[in-house]
Design a protein around this ligand. Structure first.
Ligand code: FAD
Ligand code: DHB
Length: 399
């Protein structure tokens, strides 16, 4: 079928998650035009509850781009995290171990709100609610993306120089890389996270990651009035099996230590279960298509890396595109996949190691379970080990 309308931009971006939105801002700063095609509505993307922790360089980037005002007012800046196991608490002072890099808690949907409103104010184009996105001529000279506005608008065509696939794990862009030319690495974990939002004051000044024989638990925050907490559950469990009382009872048991500290309860106004996997697609390019963020890789959330990794990919991509438009060089574009994958594999390793160290895996032998406790014990008593954790948690340097 022939499209009824044809428009043109330099970079067609599919997906208005962190990857797509950061990319459109970074390109705009370099004078490069883009159009974002987003399947969901603005309200939906601004209301989806996901990640919470920003690496220091992402905070710095938001500020450099002039997008950090609300974050600097409303985010929580912690010097470190608390690791809890064997009913004892251990503070890891990330800032002290990394020369001042802090843990910033600022919810993903707040980042999305800030980036969407600034992009629209700048005159940028984000088309929400598009459907039927299809890629054409990715290997040729006239790449274009076809789509419809709304569920059944007429077919339109967006011609471009490059396509950025920032459409998350379930989006179509990764599938546009021929199966024969891509390798997918995957590991699915036998646990998931049940996450809640509760109306309560903070119970603790910083995040608590707890290893407990009943399973992992995590205490995080969102605001002086709203707290975010997670517990390890069976990924196939039904949220209907989890009454508020049962959730609080597990949180108390898993989070409490011998210091007399207690968890403050509140009303639970949001709850859900997510499964956990590690996934990497190599390469992240096919012709003029470049995939970024969750479209190319997934980490289990324990290391708080998902959002940060998405931003890292598009930082590399925007640099490569800027060099191409400035001088015609394709060196950055040709190296895109390899450059990103070096950081991605380090984040995969870190997220996998935090996940296996902190969760209870019933399929593991008692020997393996004791090894995780020994690892934690070593970690909190070795400055070298704590420094390694801190460097990874606050974000490895960008290449
Ligand atoms: P996404 O945020 O997934 O954005 C992709 C966008 O593309 C979406 O808006 C989607 O609507 C759009 N899209 C998809 N298909 C199409 C299409 N066909 N056409 C047009 N648009 C399309 N990470 C953490 O570090 N900590 C956490 O606690 C955490 N919790 C999470 C909870 C859930 C339920 C999920 C799914 C992820 C979570 N993550 C977490 C991971 C983190 O949120 C992601 O790594 C991050 O959102 C990746 O950003 P992205 O831009 O690559 O993809
Ligand atoms: C949050 C999520 C994470 O995955 C994490 O490791 C720490 C905090 C959060 O949602 O606040």
């Amino acid at each position: 079928m022939h499209p009824t309308k044809s428009t043109r931009t330099q970079v067609a971006i599919v997906g208005a998650g962190p990857a797509g939105l950061f990319l459109s801002h970074l390109l705009h700063r370099q004078g490069i035009e883009s159009v974002i095609l987003e399947h969901r509505s603005r309200e939906e993307i601004e209301g989806t509850i996901r990640a919470g922790v920003l690496e220091q360089w992402v905070v710095d980037l938001m500020n450099d781009m002039g997008l950090g005002d609300r974050m600097m007012r409303e985010a929580h800046f912690h010097s470190g995290i608390t690791l809890r196991f064997d009913r004892r608490s251990h503070h890891i002072d990330m800032a002290e171990l990394t020369g001042g890099k802090r843990v910033t808690v600022y919810a993903q949907h707040e980042v999305i709100r800030d980036l969407v409103s600034a992009r629209l104010e700048d005159g940028g184009t984000i088309l929400f609610g598009v459907s039927d996105v299809q890629f054409h001529d990715l290997e040729g000279k006239t790449p274009h993306v076809q789509f419809r506005r709304g569920a059944d608008g007429p077919l339109e065509e967006l011609r471009c120089d490059f396509v950025a696939g920032c459409d998350g794990f379930h989006g179509p862009s990764r599938q546009a890389i021929p199966a024969a030319t891509r390798t997918e690495y995957q590991m699915v974990y036998p646990f998931g996270w049940l996450g809640i939002l509760t109306e309560a004051p903070p119970s603790h000044p910083e995040l608590i990651y707890a290893n407990h024989e009943r399973g992992f638990a995590l205490l995080s925050t969102r605001s002086p009035e709203v707290q975010r907490l997670y517990i390890q559950v069976d990924p196939k469990d039904d949220i209907a099996n989890w009454s508020d009382d049962r959730i609080w009872s597990e949180l108390h048991r898993r989070l409490e230590d011998d210091s007399g500290w207690t968890l403050t309860e509140g009303s639970i106004f949001q709850k859900g279960i997510i499964a956990m996997r590690s996934f990497v697609c190599d390469p992240m390019r096919h012709g003029r298509l470049f995939i970024a963020g969750d479209a190319a890789h997934i980490v289990p959330p324990t290391g708080a890396k998902g959002l940060n990794l998405a931003v890292a990919d598009v930082a590399v991509l925007s640099r490569a595109l800027a060099a191409y438009y400035k001088s015609g060089t394709t060196e950055g574009l040709d190296g895109y996949s390899a450059t990103c994958l070096r950081r991605i594999w380090k984040a995969e390793r870190f997220s996998w190691s935090m996940t296996t160290m902190l969760h209870r895996n019933e399929a593991e032998s008692p020997f393996e379970q004791r090894v995780h406790l020994a690892e934690l014990d070593y970690l909190v008593h070795s400055r070298a080990a704590m420094t390694a954790l801190a460097e990874n948690y606050v974000g490895l340097p960008m290449e």
